[in-house]
Design a protein around this ligand. Structure first.
Ligand code: BG6
Length: 486
């Protein structure tokens, strides 16, 4: 029997934003598309007293909103609702775990997933209370949402606590970017094709750009966001994980530890920043009022829950370098921001130009470029140079373009769907190992410290743009431009 046939999914933060917007809709989809779900049990945990019916009604309201209308089928919902339950529990009160223990008492031989979609400050308390209540069985796993800590020391402290109750093989540190279909397609592109591997190195690649741009602001998460900022919220995890997938050596197999060993080597190759280098090679910004799609939007400091003098960054650009044989000298430009001009997540690999150009190039940089789009649409594009029709031998870029959704004619799974199934099945390949996370913090920490020490405020950029002009200058110094500017 597969682990996904019969399990208890215990969702801390069960009425919270992530549960309602992402996790329950993802579970609904998997339930709808799985033939044998008789053994599924999903228990939402929350501090507020709620009957099972009230919890189902709340989940219904949100799933209706966040599941595509054509996919929301009443009979499928009714069947899914049959698996839902609710337990009131104050995460910090050991005695409250008895009610959960009672619910789970017949389930010691079932797979048990504790999903912590709560404030990270509650993680250690929850895990310790689970351990003390005897709820952690050999078939248990814990899923930890990011951010795990604020720096290396606090991440280590959380990991130490969790490690006393769960073994590393039971700990699933989630980074939902690794669950995105396009990211896995990048793994397929690199390790399922022989074509690119000979070019995937410093001899052929000029630079790599990784951008995650959002048009949204802080979306009612002002307090959380202000204490976090873009470096911790996006760079330490999502951007560095994408960088790892682009830069890693081919692993010996797709097994979790073989993949994670290779990602770790990339993180260890990241050149650390001194305070001076951090000042030269990073840009931090904060949006001010502006317009997105002609709609005026407030500045960061006017958002709810943001202190008037806040210096939290909502934009980061970094020129990263890897000190290893494959990538020495190839800049990896990383960039992320809120309230940017366009919602866009992409990885751009710019190859070097021809060694001796004999043809005149028009209409764009005469280089081959591979664009892996993650958002808003998932796709792959390879730019080649081709002749301009007519008499001349001029060349210009043309694109081989594959829109993945159209190619497969199937609904794209949400990242959380895949990662939840992986957690239930115990597959750790797409989750961060502890040493990876430490290495990511180790690299990010000097940047945070240099920013704090500099006493400089973040650079202001108008909402609806590509960030501070300093971000263009960062890359222009090397004679390059961000993809959308090139
Ligand atoms: C989350 C961040 O991890 O990722 C959010 O906390 C961000 O601030 C979100 O908005 C972006 O995810 P996606 O999948 O919408 O690009």
């Amino acid at each position: 029997m597969a682990a996904t046939d019969t399990f208890d999914f215990i969702l801390f933060g069960g009425s919270g934003d992530l549960a309602m917007r992402k996790l329950l809709p993802a579970l609904y989809y998997r339930h709808r598309d799985t033939s044998d779900t008789a053994g599924w049990r999903i228990i939402g945990i929350g501090r507020q007293a709620m009957t099972r019916e009230e919890y189902i009604a709340l989940a219904h309201e949100h799933c209706r909103k966040y599941v595509a209308a054509k996919d929301f089928i009443d009979s499928a919902w009714t069947a899914f609702a049959g698996c839902l339950d609710h337990v009131r529990l104050d995460a910090t009160a050991a005695a409250d775990y008895l009610a959960l223990a009672d619910k789970l008492k017949d389930g010691a031989t079932r797979t048990r997933v504790f999903y912590l979609a709560t404030a990270p400050s509650l993680f250690t308390g929850i895990v310790e209370n689970l351990g003390a209540a005897g709820l952690v069985t050999p078939l248990s796993r814990v899923v930890l949402e990011k951010p795990l800590g604020r720096d290396l020391a606090s991440a280590r402290e959380i990991n130490d606590h969790v490690g006393r109750v769960f073994e590393e093989r039971q700990i699933f540190r989630i980074d939902h970017y690794l669950g995105k279909e396009a990211v896995q397609n990048l793994i397929a592109l690199r390790f399922g094709n022989a074509l690119f591997e000979p070019q995937w190195n410093r001899a052929w690649v000029r630079d790599v750009q990784i951008t995650i741009a959002e048009t949204v602001g802080v979306e009612g998460r002002g307090e959380f966001y202000d204490s976090t900022g873009a470096l911790r919220d996006m760079v330490q995890n999502h951007l560095l994980q994408l960088l790892c997938i682009v830069a890693m050596e081919p692993p010996a197999s797709i097994d979790a530890d073989r993949v994670r060993d290779e990602k770790l080597k990339v993180l260890h190759s990241l050149r650390p920043f001194s305070a001076d280098e951090a000042a030269q090679r990073t840009v931090r910004g904060q949006y001010r009022a502006g317009a997105i799609g002609n709609k005026p939007v407030p500045g960061y400091l006017e958002e709810q829950g943001i202190p008037a003098q806040s210096r939290t960054e909502t934009f980061v650009a970094i020129k990263a370098e890897l000190d290893n044989w494959r990538w020495a000298g190839v800049p990896f430009y990383l960039r992320t921001g809120k309230r940017m001009q366009q919602r866009l997540a992409e990885i751009v690999v710019n190859f070097r130009g021809v060694p001796h150009p004999i043809l005149r190039a028009t209409g764009g940089e005469p280089i081959n470029r591979l664009v892996i789009s993650l958002q808003p649409d998932e796709g792959l594009r390879l730019d080649l140079m081709a002749k301009v029709p007519g008499q001349s031998m001029d060349i210009r870029p043309i694109s081989l373009d594959v829109a993945l959704t159209e190619t497969y004619h199937s609904r794209q799974w949400d990242a959380y769907e895949r990662l939840i199934v992986d957690a239930i099945e115990g597959n750790l390949t797409l989750f961060m190992r502890r040493d990876e996370q430490d290495a990511a913090w180790q690299w990010v920490e000097p940047i945070m410290k240099a920013w704090d020490k500099s006493g400089q405020p973040p650079r202001s950029y108008p909402a609806g743009t590509w960030g501070p002009t300093a971000a263009s200058a960062l890359i222009a110094r090397d004679g390059h431009a961000w993809h959308e500017e090139s």
